[in-house]
Design a protein around this ligand. Structure first.
Ligand code: SF4
Length: 397
């Protein structure tokens, strides 16, 4: 039985020195979903193997860590994202993890997450991942209606979702997330309710719900204009969000972040690193890391990434300015249910900054969309979260 990584043993890292979290990007998918603008593409077996080799070279290269002060600290979370990391064979994933462990120790209770798509997994493969230490799977489900899945270019049907869940459970993955998207073309409130109910019947430890964004440059960007049919109206998507919150919290999930719900003790440890604006490594093409106070964007094409690894280069941008750190801390931390610690904000950014922020939030305190109580600054759901963009715009103006 796989043991779920609990939050109790989380080691809080400092801003500087070796990060305690690592993101690894696997930029391959079987087909591009119509809404997706992530750094991903189609890959042959050969290209994926070359990528794994380059990724291992990056992870294993001493040049990659020269800018870091002090000694490596154990990784408390590792996240394989994409793309579709479940296109990796067990042997390839094993090689990457072995290379990483050779460079940086793993905390004994390290959370190791892997994103997977239904239809790309077998039970044997999952058992192999589990034996390598993967203890959390995030499954991209998106919807439980075959016509909606087809309309957004997903390659799997609903049956494959249930098969993937049965396989996860059969090999002992107790800790898994299901991703859903609301605001899809042709999606109705009834569809959304059905999808939420299907999720509740499956009873995962974690649920993420994302509001569809029509990105320029995607197939949807060429097909639809935000707000126009067949996309649901903004009022409908607000209702969808509220419905998700109601059904999931009634079922005992904690709405711990704007888009995320978890059973107690199962919040995603890795994603909390981002929201708490703590450092993390970003390995692989297109990944972003936050190391020594610098946001490091890796090359966005395979060619440039391979060239960079070949040259043993790891270009460092300037350190984020205090103003950027302040804005990131607010933007990210206010996504969390518990918000931000006022004492910490004051200590780190000073009285003036904090005073100014509180003044700007005043109208929202009055509306009940934000609060400043018991030493914490928070946005209050549902309005504070539904309209967080508006609040943050005023706050950071
Ligand atoms: S599977 Fe995920 S990463 Fe790949 S194209 Fe679809 S949404 Fe994008």
């Amino acid at each position: 039985m796989v043991v779920a990584a609990s939050e109790e043993n989380l080691i809080l890292s400092t801003q500087l020195g070796w990060p305690a979290a690592a993101y690894l990007h696997i930029p391959f998918c079987r087909q591009r979903c119509y809404y997706c603008d992530f750094a991903t593409g189609l890959g042959t077996r050969e290209l994926m193997e070359t990528y794994v080799q380059r990724l291992c070279q990056e992870i294993g290269g001493a040049y990659r860590y020269r800018h870091l002060a002090g000694d490596p600290q154990p990784l408390t979370s590792i996240f394989f994202g994409g793309g579709t990391p479940s296109l990796l064979t067990v042997e390839q994933l094993g090689r990457i993890l072995a290379q990483l462990r050779e460079r940086i120790p793993f905390h004994p209770n390290c959370e190791i997450s892997l994103e997977a798509n239904p239809g790309t997994l077998t039970r044997e493969q999952l058992a192999g991942y589990r034996d390598l230490g993967v203890n959390r799977i995030s499954l991209g489900v998106q919807a439980f209606q075959p016509e909606l899945l087809a309309a957004c270019g997903r390659l799997h049907g609903v049956e494959e979702v249930y098969e993937a869940v049965a396989d996860l459970q059969a090999v002992g993955f107790e800790n898994f997330n299901l991703d859903l998207i609301f605001g899809l073309p042709y999606q109705t409130l009834e569809h959304w309710q059905q999808s939420l109910q299907a999720v509740l019947e499956i009873n995962p430890t974690h649920v993420s719900i994302y509001d569809l964004t029509i990105e320029p440059g995607t197939r949807f960007g060429r097909m639809y204009r935000p707000g126009d049919a067949p996309l649901p109206t903004e009022e409908t998507t607000v209702e969808m969000y509220l419905m998700a919150r109601e059904l999931l919290t009634q079922a005992g999930y904690i709405h711990y972040e704007i888009s995320n719900f978890a059973r107690p003790g199962y919040a995603c440890r890795h994603n909390r690193v981002y929201w708490e604006n703590r450092p993390y490594f970003g390995f692989g093409m297109g990944s972003v890391g936050y190391e020594e106070g610098r946001r490091i964007q890796q090359p966005k094409t395979l060619y440039d990434y391979f060239e960079q690894v070949k040259a043993k280069a790891h270009p460092l941008p300037p350190e984020a300015s205090p103003e950027e750190v302040w804005m990131d801390t607010l933007m990210l931390g206010l996504r969390l249910q518990e918000g931000l610690d006022l004492g910490h904000l004051q200590e780190r950014f000073g009285d003036n900054k904090l005073k100014q922020a509180l003044e700007r939030l005043d109208p929202y305190f009055e509306k009940g969309w934000a609060s400043c109580e018991a030493g914490r600054l928070r946005l209050i759901p549902p309005e504070g979260w539904l309209f967080s963009n508006e609040v943050l715009k005023d706050l950071l103006a």
